[in-house]
Design a binder for this molecule. Structure first.
Ligand code: SD4
Length: 323
């Protein structure tokens, strides 16, 4: 056998890693490629916009923000931003959060009215203040200070739906029940292990004014940590908040689960702790620092479709359903 001399050692994989360590840093992970993963069909144009921003020289934060701005600004999407369905009093109240896995910092807004891009306001809470969450009137006044233009967020369509709901004697109210709804949650990996999570919603339609769902809560609607990965959630926030969905998924991944296993582990736990959750509308997405992904939902009543952008290919796929 050839004796190990310095030249042979340095040619070996172990030698390269050892040399990198000696030179003051661990060997850098290989580039696994840029990935954007979002909830629902409106996640597809959002991912495509995000990829365009990143490839044009923007940061991953720019990419997530501008990507989520797409459904927020689209009046045809009635669950996010402009055109989102209002609360029981006919006021559109928006929730959003964004978390940066490098800084381990998030920004979020709750019950924000008259500002169509809450994810952009959430980003500024993270970047311009020492706070993490601003709510209601304070969030609105902060947005004005940051130069956002107030505008009505009701569209003829969302107004019509609210009027219909209001006069329906059997209308569902959130004093008791929940209703199906589609938030955008987006997670991303820049291919070098930097991850981010963002989430934006108008919350459950016709909710009690002041209600805050899971989406703007750090650990629930978003979580991101460059040591592990990122996660986001969609569905009935009144159920999911009790399970701290996103951070629970990240903790399972930190213990060694793949993103897909981690998503399913959380959903199984939800059903085990309360069998009624079998009927709950819950969808989750996750990505790890190597770019592996997971997407899962509890039942077929709200089968989560997720949008995946990878290697220039943009797809809409079915998530794994809990069985
Ligand atoms: C909420 N989680 O406010 C949001 C709604 C949602 O898909 O995600 N719908 O409870």
């Amino acid at each position: 056998m050839e004796p190990i001399n310095r030249r042979n050692f340095m040619k070996s994989v172990a030698g390269t890693a050892a040399l990198a360590a000696l030179e003051g840093g661990a060997a850098r992970a290989a580039d696994t490629g840029l990935v954007f993963l979002s909830t629902w069909a409106h996640g597809k144009p959002a991912n495509e916009r995000a990829a365009e921003i990143f490839k044009g020289g923007g940061s991953l934060l720019d990419a997530i923000e501008k990507g989520i701005n797409v459904p927020e600004s689209d009046p045809a999407v009635t669950s996010v931003g402009y055109g989102g369905l209002p609360n029981a009093e006919g006021v559109v109240e928006l929730d959003a959060a964004i978390m940066d896995g490098t800084r381990h910092r998030a920004g979020s807004v709750c019950n924000l009215h008259m500002i169509k891009n809450p994810i952009s306001v959430a980003r500024l809470v993270m970047e311009k203040t020492r706070h993490t969450t601003l709510a209601g009137e304070g969030a609105f006044r902060f947005a004005l200070k940051m130069g956002f233009e107030p505008q009505t967020l009701l569209t003829p369509e969302s107004l019509r739906k609210w009027e219909e709901w209001k006069v329906n004697p059997k209308h569902e109210t959130f004093w008791l029940d929940a209703e199906h709804h589609d938030t955008i949650g987006m997670v991303a990996n820049d291919g070098k292990g930097h991850v981010l999570s963002g989430c934006s919603t108008s919350g459950l339609a016709f909710k009690i004014p002041g209600r805050v769902g899971d989406s703007p809560l750090v650990g629930c609607g978003v979580y991101a940590d460059d040591n592990v990965g990122a996660a986001s959630a969609t569905g009935d926030g009144d159920v999911m908040t009790n399970y701290c969905t996103s951070v629970s998924i990240i903790h399972a991944m930190a213990r060694g689960a793949s993103p897909q296993e981690a998503c399913l582990e959380l959903l199984r736990h939800m059903v085990k702790t309360d069998p009624k959750n079998r009927e709950a509308q819950v969808g989750v997405v996750a990505i790890n620092t190597q770019g592996e992904i997971g997407a899962a939902c509890i039942n077929s009543r709200a089968r989560l479709k997720y949008a995946l952008w990878r290697n220039g290919e943009s797809q809409l796929l079915d998530s794994v359903m809990l069985i």
